[in-house]
Design a protein around this ligand. Structure first.
Ligand code: MG
Length: 163
């Protein structure tokens, strides 16, 4: 069994007026939100894909197809819970996770603690294993023009039984 597995996840959603903006399970006050089939949580989607990637499994779009009404309006925590379940079934536990959210505004910092709590809860790990950073896109391109939000994630999984 491979002792450690690394995974990368990336997600981007378009921002449009009149929609809620949910990031890392936290609702942000903003003039626009995510156009998406589910609740459009880029952080939960990218974390899910990072874990699935580390496991060498299908990606989020294959596991939860957006043409399946079952997932319409689904809270993205469901996707993460499924990825964590697959991680445990495969015999792995979370080592650490590093998350970068890119959005021009609003600021991420007032919400960081709540987001990290949500992530540690869902991942079943300690807060010290979760790192979260926010960056702007320097007013460049869709991300920098408040027309999109994206997230990059790197995760390390450790085998529970390393014999
Ligand atoms: Mg997504």
């Amino acid at each position: 069994m491979i002792k450690q597995r690394i995974g990368h996840g990336y997600d981007l959603h378009r921002l449009e007026p009149g929609l809620p903006l949910i990031v890392g399970g936290v609702k942000f006050e903003h003039d626009r939100g995510c156009a998406a089939h589910s609740d459009g949580d880029v952080v939960y989607h990218a974390v899910t894909d990072a874990i699935l990637g580390a496991l060498g499994q299908d990606d989020i779009g294959q596991l939860f197809p957006d043409n399946d009404p079952k997932w319409k309006g689904a809270h993205s925590r469901v996707f993460m819970q499924e990825a964590v379940k697959l991680m445990r079934e495969a015999g792995y536990t979370l080592g650490n996770i590093d998350i970068t959210v890119i959005l021009e505004r609003p600021k991420l910092s007032p919400h960081k603690a709540a987001m990290k709590n949500n992530l540690a809860d869902l991942l079943g790990c300690d807060l010290s294993q979760v790192n979260l950073k926010g960056k702007t896109h320097e007013q460049v391109d869709a991300l920098g023009e408040n027309r999109a939000i994206s997230c990059h994630v790197v995760v390390l999984l450790n085998a529970v039984d390393t014999k």
